[in-house]
Design a protein around this ligand. Structure first.
Ligand code: SF4
Length: 354
């Protein structure tokens, strides 16, 4: 455990300023109303590479469906993926489900408490382990996510930014800096305060230094390289929307992705349009869909159900799914978006990464 003995007055002041600011400015997010390790774990997994606003909606629904670790462990994987549908990065959900089953089978349903023990669970990396251990159990381990890394680099300046050589920070140096700043008496709050500062004040391209509670301790105060904007690639893709039987018996044709497909195995999506294209008059929707660094420009054609025979898909992968059962199917984010935009599913598509 780190002690505060011998710590410089500067660091002590920084901690007090940051924690005071966090106490007054922390966003009221549903997972912050408890220190329950299962709840914290679910929220931290969802928050990886996904915007807070998108997670808020999914988190509530997921917790209603799986209110306890046991409920998650008992569920079929397809049901877990269905609740995750639209959040993207589905491996996160699969690994969390696997870990929940392991906790029930090997630890009697009690989550490990230390960061080292948590890291032994499937899919739990250094970041998630540190977040759960510090927030739920008060272990003095620093969390270093993308937001915290940016804050540390700006607070410490060029010395830390170039510690790894080639003008890059070294992972070890970042962790050492994070551990030095960490308040060992209130590690959970301190970690959350650092993440909150990065998410709301020390922004990637436009840091709000005038509002920053630790600006007097900051080496750079906005005078730093912001790095190039993310380069997005573009891809054109096309899918087919087919429905049959009207009224309460309406069904939509979907394709289940193979278990051996590298992306989103086992998820359900609209069938791909035949190569060579379809007549423009069949277009019912065009939509842009971003996945990591690719913008997909998507064309959706609507065809009569009898045209199913023209579609190319692996044998047995196409299936008619009843409208009332769509909520239980793990749809890809794009398919969910299309079905919402075409009013086949209720609600409007949220801008989650998927
Ligand atoms: S002063 Fe500016 S650059 Fe420094 S930590 Fe605060 S917001 Fe970031």
């Amino acid at each position: 455990m780190q002690t505060d003995k011998g710590m410089s007055a500067d660091v002590v002041e920084l901690r007090a300023a940051l924690l005071g600011w966090y106490g007054e400015n922390a966003r009221d997010l549903p997972w912050r109303r408890t220190r329950d390790a299962y709840v914290v774990w679910v929220s931290e997994v969802m928050l990886q590479q996904t915007r807070v606003a998108a997670v808020v909606e999914y988190f509530g629904r997921f917790m209603r469906e799986f209110p306890t670790l046991e409920a998650l462990a008992e569920a079929e994987e397809e049901r877990v993926l269905a609740q995750w549908s639209g959040l993207g990065y589905y491996r996160r959900a699969r690994m969390m489900h696997k870990a929940a089953r392991m906790i029930v089978a090997e630890f009697g349903g009690r989550m490990p408490e230390t960061a080292a023990e948590l890291r032994a669970l499937p899919g739990v990396g250094e970041y998630t382990a540190a977040a759960v251990a510090s927030i739920s159990h008060g272990e003095a381990v620093p969390v270093v996510d993308g937001n915290v890394e940016r804050v540390l680099l700006r607070l410490c300046g060029p010395q830390l930014a170039e510690a790894g050589g080639n003008g890059k920070p070294a992972v070890g140096a970042l962790r050492t800096a994070a551990q030095r700043f960490l308040d060992s008496q209130r590690p959970g709050e301190f970690n959350q305060a650092m993440m909150e500062l990065g998410a709301t004040v020390c922004l990637p391209r436009n840091p709000q230094c005038g509002e920053c509670p630790v600006r007097t301790h900051c080496s750079t105060q906005g005078e730093h390289e912001t790095g190039p904007a993310k380069q997005m690639r573009s891809r054109q893709v096309a899918y087919v929307l087919m429905q049959r039987n009207w009224g309460p018996k309406t069904e939509v044709l979907l394709r289940r992705r193979g278990e051996d497909e590298s992306q989103m195995p086992g998820m359900w999506e609209l069938p791909a349009a035949p190569e060579g294209g379809l007549p423009d008059e069949s277009v019912v929707l065009t939509v842009r869909h971003a996945i990591t660094n690719t913008n997909y420009y998507v064309t959706i054609y609507e065809l009569p159900w009898e045209e199913k025979r023209t579609l190319k898909a692996p044998r047995g992968s196409l299936q008619w799914v009843k409208l009332r059962e769509l909520g239980e199917v793990p749809l890809t984010g794009l398919t969910r978006k299309v079905l919402k935009r075409t009013k086949i599913l209720p609600g409007t598509a949220k801008g989650a990464l998927a």
